[in-house]
Ligand binder design. Structure first.
Ligand SMILES: CC(C)(COP(=O)(O)OP(=O)(O)OC[C@H]1O[C@@H](n2cnc3c(N)ncnc32)[C@H](O)[C@@H]1OP(=O)(O)O)[C@@H](O)C(=O)NCCC(=O)NCCS
Length: 158
């Protein structure tokens, strides 16, 4: 079944819905300030549900641009609508839009344990180009200092 959705650039009034989406569906949610900063200073797209019975925002992608590269900062899809191709569609919109603006390479970093996201990126042609040891802290609820895990670096020429 295809979900009735619209993928569009984010606007300032999406802030609270994005924070809500991130808190509920991202295992490592950003602070409200970080989301607000991303909305002001990065390129952002959201997936809006066109089904009145569903939550309003189903996905968010934020990316930075430096020279001819664009780096994915975060993609998050509502937990209730996963494995329906929404992340793939959102990445395609990011890729096609920045390609039209002269970007030639996409970059991203992902936790080594995030096998679902890694499968997503590899399915889109991203290539593993590096690994940063002990890059991300591993948090457990109510505890800190649990250690670190590696970041995998992926790129895609577009
Ligand atoms: C990673 C994430 C964005 C994927 O969103 P999604 O909409 O479910 O992904 P898609 O449906 O577009 O998946 C496309 C393909 O990616 C791969 N994939 C996605 N999630 C996967 C999973 N959990 N396990 C294995 N493969 C997966 C599959 O190849 C899938 O195609 P298929 O369903 O036909 O097999 C989503 O799980 C999420 O928001 N996770 C929490 C935030 C996060 O970890 N973000 C990435 C770090 S920045």
């Amino acid at each position: 079944m295809t979900l009735p959705i619209l993928i569009r650039p984010a606007i300032a009034s999406d802030l609270h819905a994005i924070i809500q989406l991130d808190v509920t569906s991202n295992p490592h949610p950003w602070s409200e300030n970080l989301v607000a900063d991303a909305l002001q200073t990065r390129k952002n797209w959201v997936i809006e549900s066109l089904d009145a019975a569903s939550v309003n925002l189903l996905g968010w992608l934020t990316a930075s641009v430096v020279l001819d590269q664009s780096e994915l900062e975060l993609i998050v899809i509502d937990s209730s609508v996963r494995r329906q191709g929404l992340a793939r569609q959102l990445i395609m919109v990011w890729s096609q839009t920045v390609a039209q603006q002269g970007i030639r390479e996409l970059l991203l970093e992902v936790r080594e344990s995030n096998l679902g996201a890694i499968a997503l990126y590899e399915s889109l042609g991203f290539e593993l180009v590096g690994r940063r040891k002990n890059y991300y802290p591993i948090e457990k609820k109510g505890q800190t200092g649990q250690g670190h895990e590696a970041a995998c670096l992926f790129t895609l020429r577009i």
